[in-house]
Write a protein that binds this ligand. Sequence first.
Ligand code: PGA
Ligand code: ZN
Length: 424
Amino acid sequence: TIEAVGAREILDSRGNPTVEVEVLLDDGTHARAAVPSGASTGAFEASERRDGDAGRYLGKGVEDAVEAVIEEIGPALAGFDAHEQRLVDAALIDLDATPNKSRLGANAILGASLAVAKAAASAADLPLFRYLGGPNAHVLPVPMMNIVNGGAHADTGVAIQEFMIAPIGAPSFREALRWGAETYHALKSVLKSRGLATGLGDEGGFAPDLPSNKDALDLIAAAVDKAGFSLGSDIALALDVAATEFHTEGGYDFEGEKRTAEWMTTYYEGLVAEYPLVSIEDPLSEDDWEGWAHITSTLGARVQLVGDDLFVTNPERLQRGIDAGAGNALLVKVNQIGTLTETLDAVDLAHRNGFRTMMSHRSGETEDTTIADLAVAVGSGQIKTGAPARSERVAKYNQLLRIEEELDDAGRYAGPSAFPRAAR
Ligand code: PGA
Ligand code: ZN
């Protein structure tokens, strides 16, 4: 039984405030959860509550959200059985009573929702992945490591936001992580040898200024080779274009030109023909349902097309995508929707309709590792949580190492089967 819920303002990986929630059960069990925050946020995400007081943290303080946890959420949840996650989350949604969780704040609500789940797992003496996923949870996800950062995560002219490596050929998660880290280090020396900057972006990837987006893929291909791996069969590539960020009235502002959705689609077809890409996220903008349906019918059999800003982990928007044939995979970000229950509902809806799922961090992160457990719990087979560097990113990868160890012989690394056959 939930006895008390507390909260505090802490810092995220960008030095911005975020909410941390603590839940205490009557048996003495205690758990905490911290909430992440995006930079390239979708317009349809649940509403993150910020104080707007310019005198503190440039207006980004979360004291009001913290107070909402202490004053309203705590009293409302007291007495609930922590194992009744659906009832707890329904109570949070009712208490907020807005469609986008703007009254209490999605950051206040999510912190409470996740902390309750962690407390319940702990009270049941189960690891979180086992508590949430049941006895059959056993698939370790392919780590989609973002090693070149562009877009809103870097101060360069590179429009595509994320260039990821996916070590699909590794025999285990542990080896996949090693392959990724070795490629990351090889990339640093490739950049150095070409006189390019080795500073990092928000997700720990390098952020060199490059003449074209394809240059990033070529540099990564060189790094994979230098690290001794084979491009495609050992290590495949993936993108998060985050196209909403450079979509304006007249089209897509891409490499100095205004482009149509059709032009962008042809561009991606060219990339898929030239590079071993298994996944492209947000190739088009969050409003472009028609363009999404078209690219899915032309490219969807060859590559995974992931909706992030398009679906915002929202079952209603995902249903629209399923009906329209827009996209074939769901990016899963707990703070886009704001409760664990709704996140699990979105994943369920995706899987029941043949959509794949990729568990995801945000560009603003904390040391909280809930998404690592969640990826194994739902068997999504894919997780993206940044470069294999910087503690807020590797905290999740390190947690997956622990889960793999715990699963022992029962664990299975997702490998190439995480992606459409024709993409491998
Ligand atoms: P964000 O970026 O957390 O800044 O939204 C991650 C993504 O777009 O996938
Ligand atoms: Zn994205």
